[in-house]
Write a protein that binds this ligand. Structure first.
Ligand code: PLP
Length: 465
Protein backbone atom coordinates (compact mmCIF):
# COMPACT_ATOMS: atom_id res chain seq x y z
CA UNK A 1 0.00 0.00 0.00
CA UNK A 2 1.24 3.46 -0.87
CA UNK A 3 0.12 6.35 1.30
CA UNK A 4 1.26 9.94 1.46
CA UNK A 5 2.68 9.65 4.98
CA UNK A 6 6.27 9.63 3.75
CA UNK A 7 7.53 10.76 0.37
CA UNK A 8 10.72 11.28 -1.54
CA UNK A 9 11.38 13.78 -4.31
CA UNK A 10 13.29 12.67 -7.39
CA UNK A 11 15.72 14.72 -9.47
CA UNK A 12 12.89 16.09 -11.58
CA UNK A 13 11.20 17.48 -8.48
CA UNK A 14 8.44 14.85 -8.57
CA UNK A 15 7.22 13.66 -5.20
CA UNK A 16 6.71 9.92 -4.76
CA UNK A 17 4.90 8.23 -1.90
CA UNK A 18 6.82 5.61 0.07
CA UNK A 19 5.32 2.39 1.41
CA UNK A 20 3.64 2.88 4.81
CA UNK A 21 4.70 1.81 8.29
CA UNK A 22 2.96 -1.56 7.99
CA UNK A 23 5.06 -2.33 4.92
CA UNK A 24 8.22 -1.36 6.78
CA UNK A 25 7.25 -3.59 9.71
CA UNK A 26 6.81 -6.51 7.29
CA UNK A 27 10.24 -5.91 5.73
CA UNK A 28 11.83 -5.91 9.18
CA UNK A 29 9.94 -9.01 10.29
CA UNK A 30 10.80 -11.04 7.17
CA UNK A 31 14.40 -9.92 7.28
CA UNK A 32 14.91 -10.67 10.96
CA UNK A 33 13.10 -14.00 10.76
CA UNK A 34 14.42 -15.44 7.54
CA UNK A 35 17.33 -13.58 5.97
CA UNK A 36 20.77 -14.81 6.99
CA UNK A 37 23.21 -11.91 6.63
CA UNK A 38 26.87 -11.67 5.59
CA UNK A 39 29.73 -11.25 8.10
CA UNK A 40 27.38 -10.79 11.07
CA UNK A 41 26.24 -12.23 14.36
CA UNK A 42 22.64 -12.61 13.27
CA UNK A 43 21.02 -11.55 16.54
CA UNK A 44 23.13 -8.42 16.93
CA UNK A 45 22.25 -6.60 13.72
CA UNK A 46 19.44 -4.25 12.73
CA UNK A 47 19.53 -3.78 8.93
CA UNK A 48 18.05 -0.53 7.64
CA UNK A 49 15.02 -1.14 5.40
CA UNK A 50 15.64 0.82 2.21
CA UNK A 51 12.58 1.88 0.22
CA UNK A 52 13.91 3.71 -2.83
CA UNK A 53 17.05 5.12 -4.42
CA UNK A 54 18.01 7.58 -7.09
CA UNK A 55 21.44 8.83 -8.11
CA UNK A 56 23.60 9.24 -5.03
CA UNK A 57 20.69 9.15 -2.60
CA UNK A 58 18.54 6.44 -1.05
CA UNK A 59 15.53 6.69 1.23
CA UNK A 60 14.34 4.66 4.18
CA UNK A 61 10.65 3.95 4.74
CA UNK A 62 10.29 7.05 6.92
CA UNK A 63 11.34 9.27 4.05
CA UNK A 64 14.78 9.98 5.55
CA UNK A 65 17.33 10.43 2.80
CA UNK A 66 20.94 9.33 2.88
CA UNK A 67 23.67 10.62 0.62
CA UNK A 68 25.54 7.42 -0.18
CA UNK A 69 29.26 8.07 0.37
CA UNK A 70 29.99 4.34 0.23
CA UNK A 71 28.33 3.62 -3.14
CA UNK A 72 26.77 0.64 -1.30
CA UNK A 73 29.80 -1.68 -1.24
CA UNK A 74 31.78 0.60 -3.55
CA UNK A 75 29.91 -0.83 -6.52
CA UNK A 76 27.27 1.78 -7.32
CA UNK A 77 29.49 3.78 -9.68
CA UNK A 78 26.61 5.13 -11.79
CA UNK A 79 24.29 5.62 -8.83
CA UNK A 80 20.85 4.23 -8.09
CA UNK A 81 18.29 3.74 -10.87
CA UNK A 82 20.39 5.14 -13.67
CA UNK A 83 17.82 5.44 -16.50
CA UNK A 84 20.18 4.07 -19.19
CA UNK A 85 21.08 0.97 -17.18
CA UNK A 86 17.49 0.31 -16.17
CA UNK A 87 16.33 0.66 -19.80
CA UNK A 88 19.10 -1.61 -21.11
CA UNK A 89 18.15 -4.34 -18.64
CA UNK A 90 14.44 -3.97 -19.44
CA UNK A 91 15.03 -4.14 -23.19
CA UNK A 92 17.29 -7.15 -22.90
CA UNK A 93 14.81 -8.92 -20.63
CA UNK A 94 12.11 -8.37 -23.24
CA UNK A 95 14.22 -9.98 -25.97
CA UNK A 96 16.40 -12.71 -24.40
CA UNK A 97 16.63 -12.88 -20.62
CA UNK A 98 19.14 -15.70 -20.36
CA UNK A 99 21.36 -17.88 -22.52
CA UNK A 100 23.84 -20.57 -21.52
CA UNK A 101 27.55 -19.74 -21.72
CA UNK A 102 28.55 -22.13 -24.50
CA UNK A 103 26.36 -20.25 -26.98
CA UNK A 104 27.44 -16.88 -28.39
CA UNK A 105 25.48 -13.82 -27.33
CA UNK A 106 25.58 -10.32 -28.79
CA UNK A 107 25.73 -8.39 -25.49
CA UNK A 108 28.31 -10.73 -23.99
CA UNK A 109 30.50 -10.34 -27.07
CA UNK A 110 30.06 -6.59 -27.22
CA UNK A 111 30.91 -6.14 -23.55
CA UNK A 112 33.99 -8.37 -23.87
CA UNK A 113 35.15 -6.35 -26.89
CA UNK A 114 34.65 -3.05 -25.10
CA UNK A 115 36.52 -4.27 -22.03
CA UNK A 116 39.39 -5.52 -24.23
CA UNK A 117 39.54 -2.10 -25.92
CA UNK A 118 40.20 -0.28 -22.62
CA UNK A 119 42.36 -2.96 -20.99
CA UNK A 120 46.12 -2.38 -21.11
CA UNK A 121 48.67 -4.25 -23.23
CA UNK A 122 47.62 -7.51 -24.83
CA UNK A 123 44.81 -8.32 -22.39
CA UNK A 124 42.06 -8.97 -24.88
CA UNK A 125 39.87 -11.87 -23.77
CA UNK A 126 37.29 -11.94 -20.98
CA UNK A 127 36.00 -14.83 -18.89
CA UNK A 128 32.79 -13.71 -17.17
CA UNK A 129 31.82 -14.68 -13.63
CA UNK A 130 29.03 -13.74 -11.22
CA UNK A 131 31.11 -11.43 -9.04
CA UNK A 132 34.54 -10.60 -7.67
CA UNK A 133 35.36 -13.63 -5.52
CA UNK A 134 34.77 -16.12 -8.31
CA UNK A 135 36.74 -13.90 -10.70
CA UNK A 136 39.72 -14.31 -8.36
CA UNK A 137 39.09 -18.06 -8.01
CA UNK A 138 39.23 -18.44 -11.79
CA UNK A 139 42.24 -16.15 -12.23
CA UNK A 140 44.17 -18.30 -9.76
CA UNK A 141 43.03 -21.46 -11.52
CA UNK A 142 44.30 -20.09 -14.85
CA UNK A 143 47.65 -19.11 -13.31
CA UNK A 144 48.06 -22.60 -11.82
CA UNK A 145 47.18 -24.29 -15.10
CA UNK A 146 49.58 -22.15 -17.12
CA UNK A 147 52.57 -22.32 -14.75
CA UNK A 148 52.09 -25.85 -13.44
CA UNK A 149 52.79 -24.34 -9.99
CA UNK A 150 50.44 -24.13 -7.06
CA UNK A 151 51.38 -21.38 -4.59
CA UNK A 152 49.82 -17.90 -4.62
CA UNK A 153 51.21 -14.84 -2.83
CA UNK A 154 48.88 -12.11 -1.63
CA UNK A 155 49.14 -9.09 0.64
CA UNK A 156 48.27 -8.72 4.27
CA UNK A 157 45.67 -5.92 4.43
CA UNK A 158 43.74 -7.07 1.38
CA UNK A 159 40.32 -8.41 0.52
CA UNK A 160 39.80 -10.79 -2.38
CA UNK A 161 36.37 -12.30 -1.70
CA UNK A 162 34.48 -14.76 0.48
CA UNK A 163 34.79 -18.07 -1.42
CA UNK A 164 37.32 -20.81 -0.71
CA UNK A 165 40.55 -19.60 -2.30
CA UNK A 166 39.49 -15.93 -2.34
CA UNK A 167 39.04 -15.86 1.44
CA UNK A 168 42.44 -17.56 1.86
CA UNK A 169 44.02 -14.91 -0.35
CA UNK A 170 42.38 -12.22 1.77
CA UNK A 171 44.88 -10.63 4.11
CA UNK A 172 42.45 -9.18 6.63
CA UNK A 173 40.92 -10.81 9.74
CA UNK A 174 37.94 -12.18 7.84
CA UNK A 175 40.08 -15.07 6.67
CA UNK A 176 40.95 -16.26 10.18
CA UNK A 177 37.67 -18.01 10.91
CA UNK A 178 37.87 -19.76 7.54
CA UNK A 179 41.38 -21.13 7.95
CA UNK A 180 42.84 -23.47 7.01
CA UNK A 181 41.32 -23.34 3.57
CA UNK A 182 43.57 -23.12 0.54
CA UNK A 183 46.92 -24.10 2.07
CA UNK A 184 48.89 -22.92 -0.95
CA UNK A 185 48.59 -19.23 -0.06
CA UNK A 186 51.37 -17.17 1.56
CA UNK A 187 51.03 -13.52 2.56
CA UNK A 188 53.47 -10.63 2.26
CA UNK A 189 53.52 -7.03 3.51
CA UNK A 190 52.68 -4.31 1.03
CA UNK A 191 53.65 -0.64 1.05
CA UNK A 192 51.82 1.59 3.55
CA UNK A 193 53.84 4.79 3.94
CA UNK A 194 51.78 6.11 6.91
CA UNK A 195 52.42 2.92 8.91
CA UNK A 196 55.48 1.53 7.22
CA UNK A 197 56.37 -2.04 8.17
CA UNK A 198 59.80 -1.28 6.74
CA UNK A 199 60.60 1.83 8.81
CA UNK A 200 60.87 3.90 5.65
CA UNK A 201 61.11 7.68 5.67
CA UNK A 202 59.88 8.29 2.14
CA UNK A 203 57.58 6.74 -0.46
CA UNK A 204 60.64 5.90 -2.59
CA UNK A 205 62.24 4.03 0.28
CA UNK A 206 58.92 2.29 1.00
CA UNK A 207 58.82 1.05 -2.60
CA UNK A 208 62.39 -0.19 -2.49
CA UNK A 209 62.01 -1.97 0.85
CA UNK A 210 58.56 -3.45 0.12
CA UNK A 211 59.90 -4.88 -3.15
CA UNK A 212 62.98 -6.31 -1.42
CA UNK A 213 60.63 -7.94 1.12
CA UNK A 214 58.44 -9.38 -1.65
CA UNK A 215 61.45 -10.81 -3.42
CA UNK A 216 62.58 -12.40 -0.16
CA UNK A 217 59.15 -14.00 0.30
CA UNK A 218 59.26 -15.33 -3.28
CA UNK A 219 62.71 -16.78 -2.67
CA UNK A 220 61.88 -18.27 0.73
CA UNK A 221 58.64 -19.79 -0.56
CA UNK A 222 60.57 -21.22 -3.52
CA UNK A 223 60.27 -19.19 -6.70
CA UNK A 224 59.52 -22.23 -8.82
CA UNK A 225 56.54 -23.13 -6.60
CA UNK A 226 54.81 -19.74 -7.01
CA UNK A 227 52.08 -19.61 -9.66
CA UNK A 228 50.78 -16.10 -9.03
CA UNK A 229 51.05 -12.85 -7.10
CA UNK A 230 47.67 -11.20 -6.61
CA UNK A 231 47.22 -7.65 -5.39
CA UNK A 232 44.63 -4.93 -5.40
CA UNK A 233 45.97 -2.11 -7.58
CA UNK A 234 44.82 0.32 -4.90
CA UNK A 235 44.05 -1.60 -1.70
CA UNK A 236 40.36 -0.91 -1.05
CA UNK A 237 38.54 -2.00 2.09
CA UNK A 238 41.81 -2.29 3.97
CA UNK A 239 42.65 1.37 3.71
CA UNK A 240 42.68 2.96 0.24
CA UNK A 241 46.41 2.31 0.07
CA UNK A 242 47.67 3.93 -3.11
CA UNK A 243 50.93 2.22 -4.12
CA UNK A 244 53.96 4.52 -3.96
CA UNK A 245 55.75 5.35 -7.23
CA UNK A 246 57.46 2.39 -8.83
CA UNK A 247 55.93 -0.31 -6.63
CA UNK A 248 53.67 -1.91 -9.23
CA UNK A 249 56.41 -1.71 -11.86
CA UNK A 250 58.62 -3.54 -9.36
CA UNK A 251 55.99 -6.25 -8.84
CA UNK A 252 55.74 -6.64 -12.62
CA UNK A 253 59.53 -7.01 -12.85
CA UNK A 254 59.65 -9.63 -10.07
CA UNK A 255 56.83 -11.59 -11.71
CA UNK A 256 58.76 -11.56 -14.99
CA UNK A 257 62.03 -12.49 -13.32
CA UNK A 258 60.54 -15.57 -11.64
CA UNK A 259 57.97 -16.61 -14.26
CA UNK A 260 55.06 -15.75 -11.96
CA UNK A 261 51.61 -14.62 -13.16
CA UNK A 262 50.69 -11.11 -11.96
CA UNK A 263 46.98 -10.84 -11.15
CA UNK A 264 45.61 -7.32 -10.56
CA UNK A 265 42.42 -7.45 -8.47
CA UNK A 266 40.43 -4.45 -9.70
CA UNK A 267 37.08 -5.58 -8.36
CA UNK A 268 36.77 -2.37 -6.35
CA UNK A 269 38.89 0.09 -8.32
CA UNK A 270 38.16 -0.91 -11.92
CA UNK A 271 35.63 0.97 -14.04
CA UNK A 272 36.32 4.53 -13.08
CA UNK A 273 36.76 4.65 -9.31
CA UNK A 274 40.20 6.26 -9.65
CA UNK A 275 39.50 8.05 -12.93
CA UNK A 276 40.67 5.30 -15.31
CA UNK A 277 38.92 2.28 -16.80
CA UNK A 278 41.44 0.15 -14.95
CA UNK A 279 43.57 1.53 -12.14
CA UNK A 280 46.69 -0.12 -13.61
CA UNK A 281 46.34 2.35 -16.51
CA UNK A 282 47.01 5.16 -14.01
CA UNK A 283 50.25 3.48 -12.94
CA UNK A 284 51.32 2.37 -16.43
CA UNK A 285 51.67 -1.34 -15.64
CA UNK A 286 50.35 -4.34 -17.55
CA UNK A 287 49.41 -7.36 -15.43
CA UNK A 288 48.78 -10.81 -16.89
CA UNK A 289 45.24 -11.02 -15.56
CA UNK A 290 42.84 -8.36 -14.26
CA UNK A 291 39.82 -9.32 -12.21
CA UNK A 292 36.80 -7.02 -12.10
CA UNK A 293 33.15 -6.90 -10.90
CA UNK A 294 31.20 -4.13 -9.10
CA UNK A 295 31.64 -1.04 -11.31
CA UNK A 296 31.36 -2.97 -14.59
CA UNK A 297 27.59 -2.48 -14.34
CA UNK A 298 27.23 -0.84 -10.92
CA UNK A 299 25.97 -4.15 -9.54
CA UNK A 300 22.54 -3.82 -11.14
CA UNK A 301 22.80 -7.51 -12.08
CA UNK A 302 25.64 -9.60 -10.59
CA UNK A 303 28.67 -9.68 -12.90
CA UNK A 304 32.43 -10.08 -12.64
CA UNK A 305 35.21 -11.48 -14.74
CA UNK A 306 38.84 -11.97 -15.64
CA UNK A 307 40.56 -10.05 -18.43
CA UNK A 308 43.21 -12.36 -19.88
CA UNK A 309 46.48 -11.67 -21.70
CA UNK A 310 47.11 -13.35 -25.04
CA UNK A 311 49.93 -15.39 -23.53
CA UNK A 312 47.65 -16.94 -20.92
CA UNK A 313 44.62 -17.24 -23.17
CA UNK A 314 46.67 -19.02 -25.86
CA UNK A 315 47.65 -21.72 -23.36
CA UNK A 316 44.05 -22.86 -23.62
CA UNK A 317 43.88 -22.80 -27.44
CA UNK A 318 44.14 -26.57 -27.68
CA UNK A 319 43.97 -27.53 -23.99
CA UNK A 320 40.50 -27.27 -22.44
CA UNK A 321 39.97 -24.66 -19.74
CA UNK A 322 38.33 -26.69 -17.01
CA UNK A 323 35.92 -24.23 -15.42
CA UNK A 324 32.58 -22.59 -16.01
CA UNK A 325 29.43 -21.08 -14.53
CA UNK A 326 25.83 -21.41 -15.69
CA UNK A 327 25.40 -17.64 -15.67
CA UNK A 328 28.77 -16.69 -17.19
CA UNK A 329 28.14 -13.56 -19.25
CA UNK A 330 24.47 -13.33 -18.30
CA UNK A 331 22.65 -11.18 -20.89
CA UNK A 332 20.94 -8.89 -18.36
CA UNK A 333 24.25 -8.24 -16.61
CA UNK A 334 26.10 -7.70 -19.88
CA UNK A 335 23.40 -5.37 -21.23
CA UNK A 336 23.92 -3.20 -18.15
CA UNK A 337 27.68 -3.42 -18.76
CA UNK A 338 27.39 -2.22 -22.37
CA UNK A 339 25.14 0.63 -21.18
CA UNK A 340 27.81 1.50 -18.59
CA UNK A 341 30.37 2.00 -21.38
CA UNK A 342 27.95 4.22 -23.27
CA UNK A 343 27.21 6.38 -20.22
CA UNK A 344 30.91 6.66 -19.30
CA UNK A 345 31.78 7.83 -22.81
CA UNK A 346 28.80 10.12 -23.36
CA UNK A 347 29.01 11.78 -19.94
CA UNK A 348 32.81 11.90 -19.62
CA UNK A 349 32.72 9.97 -16.33
CA UNK A 350 36.48 9.31 -16.15
CA UNK A 351 37.27 13.00 -16.68
CA UNK A 352 34.75 14.11 -14.05
CA UNK A 353 36.16 11.63 -11.51
CA UNK A 354 39.66 13.03 -11.99
CA UNK A 355 38.36 16.60 -11.88
CA UNK A 356 36.19 16.18 -8.76
CA UNK A 357 38.91 14.23 -7.00
CA UNK A 358 41.62 16.81 -7.62
CA UNK A 359 39.58 20.00 -7.44
CA UNK A 360 37.01 19.22 -4.73
CA UNK A 361 37.82 16.16 -2.61
CA UNK A 362 41.57 16.37 -2.12
CA UNK A 363 41.77 20.04 -1.07
CA UNK A 364 38.76 19.70 1.25
CA UNK A 365 40.16 16.58 2.91
CA UNK A 366 43.54 18.27 3.38
CA UNK A 367 41.70 21.14 5.05
CA UNK A 368 39.79 18.67 7.25
CA UNK A 369 43.07 16.96 8.18
CA UNK A 370 44.58 20.27 9.17
CA UNK A 371 41.74 21.20 11.53
CA UNK A 372 40.85 17.91 13.28
CA UNK A 373 43.28 16.47 15.84
CA UNK A 374 41.75 13.01 15.25
CA UNK A 375 42.80 12.89 11.61
CA UNK A 376 46.16 11.16 11.19
CA UNK A 377 46.24 10.77 7.42
CA UNK A 378 44.16 11.37 4.31
CA UNK A 379 45.02 9.62 1.08
CA UNK A 380 43.42 8.55 -2.17
CA UNK A 381 42.92 9.01 -5.86
CA UNK A 382 39.95 9.99 -8.01
CA UNK A 383 36.76 9.45 -6.01
CA UNK A 384 38.39 6.95 -3.64
CA UNK A 385 39.78 8.33 -0.38
CA UNK A 386 40.46 7.30 3.21
CA UNK A 387 40.53 9.39 6.35
CA UNK A 388 42.57 7.54 8.97
CA UNK A 389 41.62 8.46 12.54
CA UNK A 390 44.02 8.41 15.47
CA UNK A 391 44.00 9.06 19.21
CA UNK A 392 47.29 10.81 18.95
CA UNK A 393 48.88 12.31 15.87
CA UNK A 394 52.37 11.97 17.30
CA UNK A 395 52.23 8.26 18.13
CA UNK A 396 49.68 7.52 15.36
CA UNK A 397 47.80 5.26 17.78
CA UNK A 398 44.62 4.29 15.88
CA UNK A 399 41.36 5.74 17.19
CA UNK A 400 40.16 2.16 17.67
CA UNK A 401 42.37 -0.94 17.83
CA UNK A 402 42.95 -3.19 14.81
CA UNK A 403 39.99 -5.55 14.33
CA UNK A 404 37.99 -3.71 17.03
CA UNK A 405 34.38 -4.72 17.62
CA UNK A 406 31.72 -3.98 20.24
CA UNK A 407 32.72 -1.48 22.92
CA UNK A 408 36.24 -1.16 21.47
CA UNK A 409 34.77 0.09 18.21
CA UNK A 410 32.46 2.62 19.92
CA UNK A 411 34.33 5.80 18.87
CA UNK A 412 34.03 4.89 15.19
CA UNK A 413 30.40 3.86 15.67
CA UNK A 414 29.77 7.30 17.17
CA UNK A 415 31.32 9.04 14.15
CA UNK A 416 29.25 6.86 11.79
CA UNK A 417 26.09 7.64 13.78
CA UNK A 418 26.77 11.38 13.54
CA UNK A 419 27.09 11.05 9.75
CA UNK A 420 23.84 9.10 9.45
CA UNK A 421 22.04 11.56 11.70
CA UNK A 422 23.07 14.32 9.30
CA UNK A 423 21.91 12.34 6.25
CA UNK A 424 25.16 10.79 5.03
CA UNK A 425 25.76 7.03 4.68
CA UNK A 426 29.46 6.52 5.44
CA UNK A 427 31.88 3.65 4.76
CA UNK A 428 33.58 2.96 8.08
CA UNK A 429 36.17 0.22 8.60
CA UNK A 430 38.25 -0.09 11.81
CA UNK A 431 39.80 3.37 12.35
CA UNK A 432 39.04 4.70 8.88
CA UNK A 433 36.27 6.47 7.08
CA UNK A 434 36.37 6.09 3.31
CA UNK A 435 35.02 8.56 0.80
CA UNK A 436 33.69 6.57 -2.17
CA UNK A 437 30.56 8.24 -3.53
CA UNK A 438 28.90 7.33 -6.83
CA UNK A 439 30.90 8.71 -9.77
CA UNK A 440 27.79 10.61 -10.89
CA UNK A 441 27.54 12.56 -7.63
CA UNK A 442 26.93 16.24 -8.24
CA UNK A 443 29.49 18.75 -7.05
CA UNK A 444 26.91 20.22 -4.69
CA UNK A 445 26.22 16.80 -3.12
CA UNK A 446 29.93 16.13 -2.82
CA UNK A 447 30.52 19.43 -1.02
CA UNK A 448 27.56 18.77 1.30
CA UNK A 449 28.81 15.28 2.12
CA UNK A 450 32.31 16.53 2.93
CA UNK A 451 30.78 19.22 5.15
CA UNK A 452 28.87 16.52 7.05
CA UNK A 453 32.08 14.51 7.51
CA UNK A 454 33.88 17.64 8.74
CA UNK A 455 31.19 18.16 11.36
CA UNK A 456 31.00 14.46 12.37
CA UNK A 457 34.76 14.39 12.97
CA UNK A 458 34.32 16.68 15.97
CA UNK A 459 32.94 13.51 17.62
CA UNK A 460 36.22 11.71 16.83
CA UNK A 461 38.20 14.69 18.14
CA UNK A 462 36.56 14.08 21.53
CA UNK A 463 38.43 10.76 21.76
CA UNK A 464 41.75 12.14 20.52
CA UNK A 465 44.58 13.71 22.49
N1 PLP B 1 38.19 -8.16 -4.50
C1 PLP B 1 38.07 -6.93 -3.98
C2 PLP B 1 39.22 -5.97 -4.08
C3 PLP B 1 36.88 -6.54 -3.36
O1 PLP B 1 36.77 -5.31 -2.83
C4 PLP B 1 35.81 -7.47 -3.30
C5 PLP B 1 34.54 -7.10 -2.65
O2 PLP B 1 34.43 -6.14 -1.93
C6 PLP B 1 35.99 -8.73 -3.85
C7 PLP B 1 37.19 -9.05 -4.44
C8 PLP B 1 34.89 -9.76 -3.80
O3 PLP B 1 33.86 -9.44 -4.67
P1 PLP B 1 32.41 -10.10 -4.51
O4 PLP B 1 31.87 -9.63 -3.21
O5 PLP B 1 31.67 -9.61 -5.71
O6 PLP B 1 32.60 -11.58 -4.56
Amino acid sequence: TLVETATYTDRHGTRHPLPDAAAEAQVRADDRSHVFHSWSAQALIDPLPVAAGEGSTFWDYQGNSFLDFSSQLVNLNLGHQHPDLVAAIQQQAGRLATIQPSMASDVRGELARRIAEVAPGDLDKVFFTNGGADANEYAVRMARAVTGRRKVLSMYRSYHGGTATAISLTGDPRRWANEPSDGSVAHFLGPYPYRSSFHSDSPEQETERALAHLEQVITLEGANTVAAIILETVVGTNGVLVPPPGYLQGVRALADKYGIVYIADEVMVGFGRVGEWFAVNHFGVVPDLITFAKGVNSGYVPLGGVVISQRIASHFDTVAFMGGLTYSGHPLACAAGVATFEVFERDGILERVRDLGERVVEPRLREIAATHPSVGDVRGLGLFWAIELVRDRETREPLVPFNASGADAAPMAAVAAACKQAGLWPFVHFNRMHVAPPLVITEQELVRGLDIIDEALTVADGFAA
